[in-house]
Design a protein around this ligand. Structure first.
Ligand code: ARG
Length: 468
C-alpha cells in the first residue's frame, strides 16, 4: 500500500528494508509533546490569518489534545508505516476528527516542522541541564565551605606541588561549571529562533504570520532565511559542544574521585551509596559511579563528532541525512543528565579524611616555595638565588628522609647562615595555605568568600525562571 500522506504518485508501498531504514518513529516519538505544541501554534495562526476556517481550527485543537492525552496515557499506537512522529500525529488526528485534519499541513512541511520540534526539545534539555548544574555547583560550594580550611596536597604533573585547601579544589570545579552554564546559555540564545513557516525550503505563498507562531512557542523571533531554517543543525552541534566540554570537566572530577578513593591515597571516602563491592575480593569498594561518569564522556564526544560528520558537505537545503541528528543527541544528553546527577550525589556523599590530607599535604617538600618566598621577603634575596638555596635545603631533607619542618635550624643554616627561627612559621602546611591570600589564591578566607558569593548567586537565580 502506498503511503497515506505522500503516496499520491506511488502505486506500490516501500520495500521492507526501505521502511526500516527510513522510519524514525522508533526514536523521534520523544518529540511528541513538541510536535503537538508546534501543530497547535500553527493551526491557531492559520485560523487567525483566515487561511483555514475557525471550525476546522477548533476541531484540530481538540483533536490534538486527544492525541496528546493518548500519548501521555501510553495508549497511542506508534506505527512504523507512518514513518515519523509528524505523520503519526497527523494520521491519528485524521482518524479522530476526519476531514479538518487535512487542513493542518497547509503552509508547512515536515522540514520546518522537525527543525522546530527539535529546537524546542533541545531547548528544554538545556534548561534542565542548567538547573542540574546549578544543583551541582551548590553541592560543591557547600562542601567547599565545610572544608575551606582543610589542607590537602595541590598537584602539578600529579606530583606534590604546594598545599592547597580541599575547599579551593572543589571551587575550581564550581568555576568550570559556571562557564559550562554560560556556554549552554549562549547556545540557547542562538537556538531560540523559530523555523516554523519556512515550509519545505522556500517559504510559502500563504499569508502566514511567523511572528505569531514564534511567540506562541516561546521563541524570540522567526528565523530570517527559509533555506537556513530547514537545513542547519548548528544548534545541535553547539549544544553537543557545550555538552562535550562539560563532560570533559565532569570526567576530570570523576578521575580525581577514583584516585582519591584508592586505599593508597585514601584522601576521600565514598559511602555504600556510591560504591560497589567485588564478587571475588571481599575487601573491595569500587567507585563505579565515578568511573561511569568518566566513561560517559566517550559517547558524548562521539555524538558531537558523529553529528559534525553527518552535516559536513551537505548541500542545502534539507536532506534525510539530518534525521540522524536525533539518536546521538538523545543518547548524549541522557548520558549527560545521568552523569551530572551522579556527580551531585558523589559531591554530597564524599567525606575527605582531614588528618590524612594534612599529612599528605606536607609530603614531597610541598612548602619549598614558601621557604624560597621567605628567603626573598626576609633576606631580600633574588628569587632565583632563593630557589637555589631552597633546593639545597630540600636535598638535605631528602638525604635525611624528613619533611622540611623537621630539619633543625642548624641544618638549614649550614646552607644559608642568615636563616632564623622565624622560618619555621612558613614551613607548616596550614600557614602556607593561610598566606595565599592573593586574588584567586587558596587561603581559607578566600575560599569561604568565594563559596558564599556563589551560594548567594545560586540562590538568587534559583528564584528566577532558571532560563535567564
Ligand atoms: N523524520 C524526518 C527527520 O527527522 C522529518 C523530516 C522529513 N522530511 C522529508 N522531507 N522527508 O528529519
Amino acid at each position: 500500500m502506498a503511503n497515506e500522506m505522500w503516496g499520491g504518485r506511488f502505486a506500490e508501498g516501500p520495500a521492507a528494508i526501505m521502511q526500516e531504514i527510513n522510519a524514525s518513529i522508533g526514536f523521534d516519538k520523544r518529540l511528541a509533546a513538541q510536535d503537538i505544541a508546534g501543530s497547535m501554534a500553527h493551526a491557531a495562526m492559520l485560523a487567525a490569518q483566515g487561511i483555514i476556517d475557525p471550525q476546522s481550527a477548533e476541531a484540530i485543537q481538540q483533536g490534538l489534545q486527544r492525541v496528546k492525552a493518548e500519548i501521555d496515557a501510553g495508549t497511542f499506537t506508534f506505527e512504523t508505516a507512518r514513518e515519523d512522529i509528524h505523520m503519526n500525529v497527523e494520521a491519528r488526528l485524521a482518524e479522530l476528527i476526519g476531514a479538518p485534519a487535512g487542513r493542518l499541513h497547509t503552509a508547512r512541511s515536515r522540514n520546518d516542522q522537525v527543525a522546530t520540534d527539535f529546537r524546542l526539545w533541545v531547548r528544554d534539555q538545556i534548561d534542565a541541564i542548567d538547573l542540574a548544574l546549578a544543583d551541582l555547583q551548590k553541592a560543591l560550594c557547600e562542601k567547599a565551605l565545610a572544608h575551606a580550611g582543610t589542607v590537602m596536597p595541590g598537584f602539578t604533573h600529579l606530583q606534590s606541588a604546594q598545599p592547597v585547601t580541599f575547599g579551593h579544589h572543589l571551587m575550581a570545579y564550581v568555576e568550570m561549571l559556571g562557564r559550562d552554564r554560560g556556554r549552554f546559555r549562549d547556545a540557547r540564545a542562538r537556538l531560540n529562533e523559530c523555523p516554523l513557516g519556512a515550509a519545505a525550503l522556500a517559504g510559502t505563498s500563504f499569508p502566514i504570520d511567523r511572528a505569531m507562531t514564534a511567540k506562541a512557542l516561546g521563541f524570540d523571533r522567526p528565523t530570517a532565511n527559509s533555506l537556513d531554517s530547514v537545513s542547519d543543525r548548528d544548534f545541535v552541534l553547539e549544544t553537543l559542544s557545550a555538552a562535550a566540554i562539560l563532560a570533559m570537566h565532569l570526567s576530570r572530577f570523576a578521575e580525581e574521585i577514583v584516585i582519591w578513593t584508592t586505599p593508597q591515597f585514601a584522601f576521600v571516602a565514598l559511602s555504600d551509596k556510591f560504591t560497589t563491592g567485588s564478587s571475588i575480593m571481599p575487601q573491595k569498594r569500587n567507585p563505579d559511579a565515578a568511573e561511569l561518569v568518566r566513561a560517559k564522556t566517550g559517547r558524548i564526544f562521539g555524538a558531537l563528532i558523529g553529528m559534525l560528520t553527518v552535516m559536513k558537505g551537505l548541500a542545502l537545503a534539507y536532506a534525510k541525512d539530518m534525521q540522524e541528528d536525533k539518536e546521538p543527541t538523545f543518547d548524549a544528553l541522557d548520558a549527560l543528565a545521568l552523569a551530572i546527577a551522579a556527580t551531585v550525589g558523589m559531591a554530597r556523599d564524599m567525606e575527605p579524611d582531614v588528618k590524612r590530607l594534612r599529612k599528605a599535604a606536607g609530603a614531597g617538600y610541598a612548602t619549598a616555595t614558601d621557604l624560597a618566598d621567605w628567603l626573598v621577603r626576609t633576606l631580600r634575596m633574588p628569587f632565583r638565588d632563593a630557589h637555589h638555596v631552597t633546593g639545597r635545603i630540600v636535598a638535605r631533607a631528602a638525604e635525611r628522609g624528613v619533611n622540611l619542618e623537621k630539619l633543625t635550624l642548624a641544618e638549614m643554616q649550614a646552607v644559608e647562615p642568615r636563616i632564623t627561627e622565624a622560618v619555621f612559621e612558613v614551613l607548616g602546611v596550614a600557614n602556607s595555605v593561610r598566606s595565599r591570600t592573593s586574588h584567586g589564591g587558596t587561603a581559607p578566607g578566600n575560599v569561604r568568600r568565594q563559596a558564599r558569593r556563589w551560594l548567594a548567586q545560586l540562590a538568587r537565580s534559583g528564584k528566577g525562571s532558571g532560563k535567564g
